[in-house]
Design a protein around this ligand. Structure first.
Ligand code: SAM
Ligand code: DTB
Ligand code: SF4
Length: 317
């Protein structure tokens, strides 16, 4: 267990597609082996999210209720006050979270915004929490500024396969995402990078997303796998629901292809049964967003997660 020194075997697209095609029991067995090689399967890392600046975003991401291009009923709100952020972080810590992630609905932060976020990072860090931020694209020097304030992780998702990206977002391209990820890495921050499934992509495109994540060198420390939350008023509100077991397969393949990463069962948990979540943990997910809200949409209440953990014998990492 916990053999983090072994090099990671990079899987090709063909190998990743072959994993998806395995009989379910064989896939789950391989995923569990990969999971137990490096992790305690009964431990789950808990991150709590806070939207520090909500709505009115200039990007047109088809899944996102915060885009100014869609009318999803999310009111634009100014940046939160430092005291309120501190209070939310303290509450998250008291509830058992180890990491606090601050999200902003920006294409990228302006210099003045970044100064405010840096203060929030210092404050949250001083509470003894790991810090994470997701603020959009970063320009030269911005990742270093966040690092200097005590930021541990930066979340920036590739979201989907390169050949499906343009169907979902047109205000930026895949290379923009890769460029920010490179800046984050260069600044010495840990990388949190994953995607969304259930947007109408093909299985090959789900494999394409995982192949891109697996090709990052080094691989991301955290990999959030979001199941699309279909929000009324967004272009993807009527996307066809993904088969639940296809989602479990996606988690299992991510676990195998990204053997050292924390794989996070992310958005979409509120809509999942306990049985479905248990299958995702068996498939190798070992992190969740914890707290009754994601950014603008709901997440299971703390009490429901605590009951689920008790039922499954899981404890926080
Ligand atoms: N604006 C920044 C950006 O896009 O990089 C940071 C915040 S953005 C809301 C963070 C991530 O939330 C997106 O990359 C996407 O993966 C996820 N997300 C947004 N809306 C979602 C939805 N309806 N369902 C699932 N995931 C969603
Ligand atoms: C990630 O991959 N998922 C989180 C976090 N990173 C920032 C966000 C999910 C957002 C779901 C839609 C909402 O609540 O607005
Ligand atoms: Fe803006 Fe991020 Fe939402 Fe895209 S996902 S619209 S960049 S907040």
């Amino acid at each position: 267990m916990n053999d983090m020194t072994q090099p990671v075997a990079r899987l090709s697209m063909t190998e990743i597609e072959a994993l998806f095609a395995l009989p379910f029991a064989d896939l789950m067995f391989q995923a569990q082996k990969a999971h137990r090689d490096r992790f305690d399967p009964n431990k789950i890392q808990l991150s709590t999210l806070l939207s520090i600046k909500t709505g009115g975003c200039s990007e047109n991401c088809g899944y996102c209720p915060q885009s100014a291009h869609h009318d999803a009923g999310v009111d634009k709100q100014p940046m939160m006050q430092l005291d309120d952020v501190r209070a939310a972080a303290s509450a998250a810590k008291a509830a058992g979270a180890s990491r606090f992630c601050m999200g902003a609905a920006w294409r990228g932060p302006k210099p003045r915004d970044l100064e405010s976020v840096a203060e929030m990072v210092r404050e949250v860090k001083s509470l003894g929490l790991e810090t994470c931020a997701t603020l959009g694209m970063l320009k030269e020097g911005q990742a270093e500024q966040l690092k200097a304030a005590g930021l541990d992780y930066y979340n920036h998702n590739l979201d989907t396969a390169p050949d499906f990206y343009g169907d979902v977002i047109t205000t930026r391209d895949y290379q923009d995402r890769l460029d920010t990820l490179a800046r984050v890495r260069e600044a010495g921050l840990s990388v949190c990078c994953g995607g969304i499934v259930g947007m109408g992509e093909s299985r090959t495109q789900r494999a394409g997303l995982i192949a891109q994540l697996a090709a990052l060198d080094p691989q991301p420390e955290s990999v959030p796998i979001n199941l699309l939350v279909r929000v009324e008023g967004t272009p993807l509100a009527d996307a066809e629901a993904l088969e639940p077991l296809e989602f479990v397969r996606t988690i299992a393949v991510a676990r195998i292809a990204l053997p050292k990463s924390l794989v996070r069962l992310s958005a979409g948990r509120q809509q999942m049964s306990d049985v479905m979540q248990a299958l995702c943990f068996l498939a190798g997910a070992n992190s969740i967003f914890y707290g009754d809200k994601l950014l603008t949409t709901g997440n299971p209440e703390w009490e429901r997660d605590q009951r689920l953990f008790e039922t499954l014998g899981l404890t926080p990492l």
